[in-house]
Design a protein around this ligand. Structure first.
Ligand code: SF4
Ligand code: SF4
Length: 88
């Protein structure tokens, strides 16, 4: 079988790398109530993009990569996360 004449560095789907981050198209974002958060890391465990970041006494999302799926808010056992519209 003959190999197609395609350059090794040519992606068949896209020829340019996109610099867009998930945070660029998010519609809602998580906000952590620091008084409620007990730093249990459940949100970190469930976040599909691993963007929850540990602070001194709480966790918060890295909004440059958070995609706004809301799983962290659903899974937080202390109801410390609410999802708000990006426009708020
Ligand atoms: S799951 Fe809730 S309580 Fe636990 S670290 Fe995350 S925000 Fe804090
Ligand atoms: S909204 Fe989704 S992507 Fe953003 S921090 Fe929560 S679980 Fe992670």
């Amino acid at each position: 079988m003959t190999k197609p004449n395609v350059p090794d560095n040519l992606c068949p789907i896209a020829v340019e790398h996109s610099t867009m981050l998930t945070g660029d198209w998010r519609a809602v974002r998580p906000v952590v109530d620091r008084d409620r958060c007990v730093k249990c890391a459940t949100c970190w465990l469930y976040c599909p993009v691993q963007c929850m970041v540990a602070r001194s006494t709480w966790f918060e999302a890295d909004l440059s990569v958070c995609k706004g799926c809301g799983i962290c808010a659903e899974e937080c056992p202390h109801r410390a996360i609410v999802m708000i519209e990006e426009s708020e």
